[in-house]
Structures are given as C-alpha cells and as structure tokens.
Design a protein around this ligand. Structure first.
Ligand SMILES: Cc1cc2nc3c(=O)[nH]c(=O)nc-3n(C[C@H](O)[C@H](O)[C@H](O)COP(=O)(O)OP(=O)(O)OC[C@H]3O[C@@H](n4cnc5c(N)ncnc54)[C@H](O)[C@@H]3O)c2cc1C
Length: 390
C-alpha cells in the first residue's frame, strides 16, 4: 500500500492551492452575498486544465484520475472556497463528465466533453423529487416513448446549478415500478438542454451554498431525442450509482478542505487573541482539544477518501470507502467549523471572519448528497450483514 503522493500530484495540488488562494476568502464572501455563480474562479480552474483532470485526453482532459480530482478540490476548498467547491466539481466533471465519458454516445462525448472541460458550458443533475429523497427508487418522473425519443413529465426538487447550466442530466422512470421485476429496473438517464419547451424551474430560498442556486424543476411534456439517452434504457440505476459514488469523492474533498481552512482560521486567531492577561486563548486546552479532535478526524476522512479515489482509478469497488469518507468528512467539517466559531467567539459570527459561510455551507453535507443515516444503513447492511429495517 502506497500512501505517498507523486511529484506530479503535488504539482497539481499546488496549482489548485494557488488558484484557490489567489481568489481567496473575500472573493467567496462577495459571491455568497450576491448569490452569484463564481464564474471567474471556475474559468481559472478550467483554463488551468483542472476541470478535465479525470476526463479523457482525446476530448481535452488530462486522463488522470479521481485521486487527482480529490487533491484539486481539497486545495481549492482550503484556499478559500470551502465545501461548495465540491459542488462545482459535482455538477460539471461528475454529473456532466463522468456520466458522458462512461456511458454517453460517441457523438455526445465529442460534442459535450470539450465544452465541459473548457468551462464553456455548465451542467446539473435532476434526481431528487419531492416524494423521492433518500429513497431514489421511488422517483416518479416518467419518460414515455414517443417515436424515436421520449416525452418527460414530472417534478424535481433541490436541483443545484440549473440557472447557470446548459445541460441537465435527468433521471427518469422508463418503465413503471409495477411492471418491473425489481425496483432497480426501469430507470434511465438523459442529457437534455436546460432551455427546452416544457422545462421550467424556480429557485428555493436556502441557508447556504448561495453561489449555486437550487431549484424546483418541472417537466411538462418535455421532448427528449433518442440520441439524448445516456447509458441503457431501463438499466440506468447501476450506471447512476457510478456517478453518485464519484460525487461522494468530490463532496468529501470539499469538506476536507473546509475543515483544514476553518481550523487554520481559528488557530491563527487563537494565537493572537488575549483575553486574560498575556496568555493567548490558543493556550487553553478547552479550545485546543476540540480543534485537535476535528483535525484528527479530518485526516482520517482525507486518507479514506484518497483510498476510495485510488480504488475507483484502478477499476475496483469503492462504494464502502467513498461512503465512509463522506460520513466522517461531513462530521469532521461540522465539528471543525463549529469549534472554530466557538474559538473565535463573537468574531466567528461576523461575516468578515468568513467562518459563518464555511459553517453554513458545510451543514448541507450531513444529509446531502446522501444523508449520514443512509450511509450508516449501507454500512450496517453491506459491511455488517445486518437485516434492513426499511
Ligand atoms: C442545497 C441542496 C442541494 C441539492 N442538490 C441536489 C442536486 O443537485 N440534484 C439532486 O438530484 N438532488 C439534490 N439535493 C437533494 C439531496 O440529495 C437530498 O436532500 C438528500 O438525498 C436527502 O433527501 P431528502 O432531503 O428528501 O431527505 P429525506 O429522504 O426525506 O430524509 C429525511 C431524514 O430522514 C432520514 N431517513 C430517511 N430514510 C431513512 C432510513 N431508512 N433510516 C434512517 N433514516 C432515514 C434521513 O437520513 C434524513 O435525516 C440537494 C439538496 C439540498 C438541500
């Protein structure tokens, strides 16, 4: 087992850190306040070739792997962006890039991958529905056969990045549950234009991750062409899982970078701040221990996430590792931002300290893209062999 990062990987991580720090905390505070897509940094990321790091070389990518992508996201997040950087990679190289490069047609790869890699277009993915959250197999959005294509009807919720996206990966039923042998049968994925007759959306007011709006999406008889199918008809569930498990790797990487950043902000503050006499507050163990605990948990999440990414890159099963890394990474980030805020007292509550954004944003990832209870269900079933309660 090799835990060492190669010289090439160090250089990629350093490039990401440089871009992350060049834009820095003030850039993100401004974008958060304006609820604006972080176009400038995304352009810089794409121009440096970081969006396409794990996508095929023949379409403009670097042909490297998820480990390199995790290193990039960690460093951009730690450089100032925090956990929402993971979402930027989720919507583009994962929802767009992984789905197309693994399951898309040749034409789709040729037409869309270069545009995703260069940042010319953004993507998003529509899976969650009002009545199908953690239980994705309950989704009801239906694609009915119509000539050589389909007509889609239904509703999605919480779809992130729609307003900035040109393409949407839709997950829909193409066969009714009642007519399928198993509930995992009868799902399909489609890559469609966001601007299309019958497809409408409206943003939801939310707590954080403000630079990427999340929307209710409505499909009213939306025409989908035959060549917009991604993967197989009715066999989309297992293909979707590959997309979702890589999504977990970038999510965790964003959280790992967030913890690192929050702890650094708190430590810098605690070394300077004196309340009683000459002793800086950072000398108090009551403040040190929780930060040290969060640091330790974060390092475990980082290593487990790198393991998940390395397994994926070698074509080996990585579901357990990516789930465990996401579970611990989200908890560590919640603890790190919470304890960093406590360390900074009132200053931690002020917008100027940046912590409140990191704290708000990372809260999301304890229940999305998969809730920690569902990860524990997965571990109990898959790793411990316990019976299901639901
Ligand atoms: C800001 C934001 C952005 C998002 N972006 C996207 C996106 O881009 N695309 C997309 O498709 N979706 C997106 N989502 C949806 C997200 O993936 C879901 O919110 C998440 O999967 C949880 O589903 P839910 O909210 O319906 O919660 P529910 O499934 O209703 O769960 C509620 C609670 O019940 C618990 N629970 C449910 N079942 C069990 C069980 N069997 N055992 C124990 N506990 C259980 C859950 O763990 C959770 O704590 C986003 C959500 C948010 C809030």
């Amino acid at each position: 087992m090799d835990f060492l990062i190669s010289e090439e990987q160090k250089a990629i991580a350093a490039t990401a850190r440089k871009i992350g720090e060049e834009y820095g905390l003030d850039y993100w505070r401004e974008k958060d306040a304006k609820k604006a897509f972080p176009r400038e940094i995304w352009k810089a990321i794409c121009d440096a070739g970081l969006c396409g790091v794990a996508l095929p070389e023949e379409y403009g990518g670097s042909g490297l792997g998820m480990l390199e992508m995790a290193l990039i996201v960690e460093n951009l997040a730690a450089g100032g962006g925090g956990s929402t950087v993971g979402q930027l990679f989720m919507i583009n190289p994962i929802f767009g890039g992984v789905s197309i490069s693994r399951f898309g047609t040749k034409e789709m790869k040729r037409d869309l991958l270069p545009k995703i890699i260069s940042g010319e277009i953004n993507c998003c993915m529509a899976l969650t529905e009002p009545d199908a959250g953690s239980n994705s197999l309950e989704l009801r959005t239906f694609a009915t056969r119509d000539g050589n294509g389909w007509r889609v009807n239904g509703r999605k919720i919480w779809i992130t990045g729609v307003e900035a996206a040109a393409k949407m990966l839709i997950v829909a039923r193409t066969k009714k549950v009642e007519e399928s042998k198993r509930r995992t049968e009868g799902l399909s994925m489609f890559m469609v234009d966001v601007e299309r007759k019958g497809l409408t959306f409206a943003p939801i007011e939310k707590l954080g991750t403000n630079t990427l709006s999340s929307c209710n999406v409505y499909f009213d008889d939306v025409r989908v062409e035959g060549n917009e199918l991604v993967g197989s008809v009715d066999g989309g569930w297992y293909e979707l899982l590959d997309v979702l498990n890589t999504e977990r790797i970038v999510t965790t990487a964003g959280l790992v970078g967030t913890s690192e950043l929050a702890i650094r902000l708190a430590v810098d503050y605690a070394k300077e701040r004196k309340v009683f006499g000459k002793t800086p507050i950072g000398a108090y163990q009551g403040l040190q221990f929780p930060l040290a605990q969060a640091w330790a948990e974060n390092e475990c999440a980082r290593v487990m996430n790198h393991k998940a990414a390395s397994l994926f890159d070698r074509g080996l099963p990585y579901g357990s590792e990516s789930n465990v890394a996401k579970l611990i990474g989200a908890q560590a980030a919640a603890a790190a931002t919470e304890r960093a805020m406590q360390t900074m007292g009132g200053m931690g509550y002020a917008k100027e300290s940046h912590l409140e954004r990191l704290w708000r944003d990372c809260r999301l990832f304890r229940f999305a893209p998969i809730a920690e209870e569902m990860i524990l269900n997965f571990i109990a079933g898959q790793n411990l062999g316990l019976p299901r309660s639901y």
